[in-house]
Design a protein around this ligand. Structure first.
Ligand code: C2E
Ligand code: CA
Ligand code: CA
Length: 737
């Protein structure tokens, strides 16, 4: 906004009621008159003549005395004899003028010459009375002079008030956060406030007389017509019409429209001449208020973009994908054309994530999304459904071969390695394809069949593509069979816990063990946790399995205690879903009681990732665990998204250095900063440390030298069946005894 001058400030203050008296207000009370004459007789007769008039009278018998009085106080009227002994009346009038004294002058003179009269009137005298004058003449002239003076002063005051109020309105209009404008019938600006300059960079003088269309983004011109030629008033007038305006601030041609434009919300209405009958009022233009909503617009766009896109890869997400697929199916039906949908699932992506960490895993997904996208035609949609699962819709397929070509391109594009911060990584993918209408007519069916085809590729050794065919239904049948057999495994006691000892490298003593799930599969032999637990998570079997696990672990721990020796601590992995169950804490308490186990002998292993989505919730859960007396370990530390700030707030006792970091240690004299960092974090926070996946003497030595002494890994022990583990405990005890 433009600077406000001191005058304006005074005016605004008055208009706003902050000050009450305008500085020019006429002096209150009876008018004050100065009577100047050197003849005492005439002076006293003047006083006599005026005494009934309710005036304040002051007399001066010479020029010097008159000047002195004029300098001392304010007069409304001076009755001035022209001929004085020391100064002439003209000189006194000059004094009044140069001093800017605001008083009217009536000249009294015995001089009959016209010159003296003209000289007086030229100097601004109000009137001229020639001596001798009648009483009437004098009183009338004085009266008239004072009345005129009063009128003048009132006029000034009214003008000042008007000016103040005009300034106030202008100030209000110019300091409005909105653009305020009027335009004439031809669509030319007749008024704009200051705001337009700040927002769009156009000077208001440049705009006056310009057609509004000069400001409007071309695509919005049509809609702008109504806003800028609004004849309606009241409820029906334009409200909240959003238009994009061009900005003079943007001189840079390269910038996109989005940046160069502002979205402005317009409210406008017609202006009609006032006063006359409504039907006769004449339309003379449009008045409008426009608000800059660019920021809100951008925020809205961002939010809606994020609702439909995957933040990591910028690809459409599941919601947008389903939407596009729905449209594509409708279109294919109408055009009687084919369309393909593809399921692309990376092979062994979890391994990449586990060994290189999530940050690089994310980076891989981003690069990969870019490569896949390049293989597509315009009009195809590639989406990320989550994790390492991508889907594509290929509308307007000429024949199946089209889809095959794209699938081949996908696989080909993955043949080159990905470079992730120095590491070269190879990935492959399994692609399942279903074609409308041959492989299904509904979205659900198509998705299901593409998914089956993808699983088929996985089962056939991965890295390839396959079209759905009905024999695959058998494969999905196998999945159902696996689910049934896993359910049965629980009842038939096919599940078993293996214990992997945790060793104190300095003493060689076993200080604890991690419980790991195994499945003695009747046909496939011993299955490791990774072979069936992910499947159990998917099918809701994780809860009954975890129940079994918890009870069995406590039973085994009671046996270990019975074997004598120092009480050891057993740790168990807790799935986030299990922890989330409301009855988890009750179950835990009951089982501990039942087997008479002290909670301090149990450590719960939790991965960092439970903290990502809702840290507050995670803290509450962990606190509850703590209240049970159970201690808490963060599993796979360093691979997830944990932030150190959480570690402070979490009631954690132990962190487990992830295998992937241990694996990097290949020389005892080397320098492995991540390992060292984790060790120093643990030390700083006073946490217990366990290194996982220790496979070589070198690794053990390096870790021990760096300050991590508790180890778990094949170098010491494989996970052992319960009886072997108890045997080991007995042996150790025998040695130490
Ligand atoms: P984890 O918690 O990180 O468990 C350690 C895994 O590393 C185990 O695999 C273990 O056998 C393996 N391991 C131990 N020492 C070495 C070594 O020196 N070298 C190598 N390469 N591997 C080693 P496992 O038993 O297949 O378990 C895999 C994952 O499954 C576990 O990772 C854990 O997250 C989960 N899991 C295992 N049992 C349970 C369970 O009872 N409940 C839950 N919720 N998850 C479990
Ligand atoms: Ca673990
Ligand atoms: Ca682990």
């Amino acid at each position: 906004m433009s600077e406000i001058s001191a005058d304006d400030t005074a005016a605004l203050n008055f208009a706003l009621g902050a000050t009450d008296l305008p500085p020019l207000a006429a002096a209150a009370g009876a008018p004050r008159l100065l009577l100047v004459d050197d003849e005492p007789r005439l002076l006293s007769s003047l006083c006599e003549l005026l005494k009934d008039g309710a005036y304040q009278l002051v007399t001066a018998a010479c020029g010097a005395a008159a000047i002195e009085e004029l300098s001392k106080m304010q007069f409304d009227l001076v009755l001035l004899d022209l001929r004085l002994p020391d100064l002439s009346g003209h000189e006194i009038m000059d004094f009044i003028k140069t001093r800017g004294i605001d008083a009217k002058v009536i000249v009294l003179s015995g001089d009959s010459g016209i010159d003296a009269a003209i000289g007086a009137l030229k100097r601004g005298a109000y009137d001229y009375l020639r001596k001798p004058y009648s009483r009437e003449e004098l009183l009338n002239t004085v009266d008239n002079a004072l009345r005129q003076r009063r009128l003048e002063s009132e006029n000034r005051s009214i003008a000042w008030r008007l000016e103040c109020s005009e300034k106030l309105y202008r100030y209000l209009v110019d300091s409005s956060p909105d653009i305020i404008y009027t335009i004439d019938q031809e669509g030319r600006f007749t008024f704009v406030n200051d705001r337009i300059e700040q927002l769009l960079g156009f000077g208001r003088d440049d705009l006056i007389g310009k057609h509004y269309s000069a400001l409007i983004h071309d695509e919005d011109l049509e809609r702008a017509r109504y806003v800028f030629n609004e004849r309606r008033v009241g409820e029906r007038a334009s409200r909240n019409v959003e238009l994009r305006l061009k900005s003079a601030n943007d001189k840079d041609q390269e910038r996109t429209f989005e940046n160069a434009l502002m979205t402005i919300s317009f409210n406008s209405m017609g202006m009609y001449s006032l006063g006359e009958e409504v039907s006769k009022r004449e339309f003379f233009g449009t008045y409008g208020v426009a608000r800059d909503i660019t920021d809100r617009k951008r925020a809205e766009e961002l939010i809606s973009y994020q609702a439909y896109h995957d933040i990591l890869t910028d690809l459409p997400n599941r919601i947008l994908f389903m939407d596009r697929l729905g449209l594509a199916v409708i279109q294919a039906k109408r055009n009687e054309s084919d369309l393909a949908i593809m399921f692309v699932d990376l092979d062994r992506f979890k391994l990449v994530n586990d060994t290189l960490g999530h940050v690089k895993g994310d980076e891989l997904l981003q690069q990969l999304a870019g490569r896949l996208k390049e293989c597509l035609r315009r009009g195809d949609t590639l989406a990320r459904l989550g994790g390492d699962e991508f889907t594509a819709v290929l509308p307007e397929l000429r024949d199946r071969q089209d889809a095959e070509i794209i699938a081949d391109k996908f696989l080909e594009s993955l043949r080159r390695p990905f470079t992730l911060d120095g590491d070269e990584v190879y990935v492959s993918a399994s692609i399942g394809i279903a074609v409308y209408p041959a492989d299904g007519e509904s979205i659900d069916e198509l998705l299901r069949h593409a998914d089956m085809a993808m699983y088929h590729v996985k089962a056939q050794g991965k890295n390839g593509h396959a079209f759905y065919d009905c024999s695959m239904r058998d494969a999905s049948h196998q999945k159902i069979v696996l689910e049934q057999s896993l359910r049965r495994a629980l009842d038939q006691n096919e599940l078993e816990i293996y214990y992997q000892p945790q060793v104190d490298a300095r003493s060689g003593g076993v200080v604890g063990a991690e419980a790991l799930m195994r499945w003695n599969h009747p046909d496939r032999g011993l299955l490791a946790a990774g072979d069936f637990l992910p499947f159990a998570e998917e099918n809701g079997l994780m809860i009954p399995i975890s129940d079994w696990m918890l009870a069995t672990l406590c039973r085994d721990l009671a046996q270990c205690n019975a074997a004598g020796g120092d009480p050891i601590r057993l740790s168990l992995n807790i799935s986030p879903h299990y922890l989330d169950r409301r009855d988890f804490f009750d179950k835990m308490r009951r089982v501990l009681q039942h087997y008479g186990i002290s909670p301090s002998q149990i450590e719960a292993e939790i991965t960092e990732n439970i903290c990502i989505r809702n840290p507050q919730h995670a803290i509450e859960q962990l606190n509850k665990l703590c209240q049970l007396g159970v201690s808490i370990a963060i599993d796979d530390f360093g691979t997830g998204y944990s932030s150190l700030s959480y570690l402070h707030r979490f009631p954690v006792h132990t962190i487990k250095i992830d295998q992937s970091f241990v694996k990097q240690i290949h020389s005892a004299s080397g320098h492995f900063p991540v390992v060292l960092a984790i060790i120093s974090i643990a030390r700083g926070l006073g946490l217990k440390l366990i290194a996982e996946g220790v496979e070589t003497a070198t690794q053990a030595l390096y870790l021990e030298q760096s300050g991590c002494t508790i180890m778990q890994g094949y170098f010491y022990h494989q996970p052992l069946p319960r009886h072997k583990f108890i045997e080991l405990l007995r042996e150790k005890q025998a040695i130490s005894a």
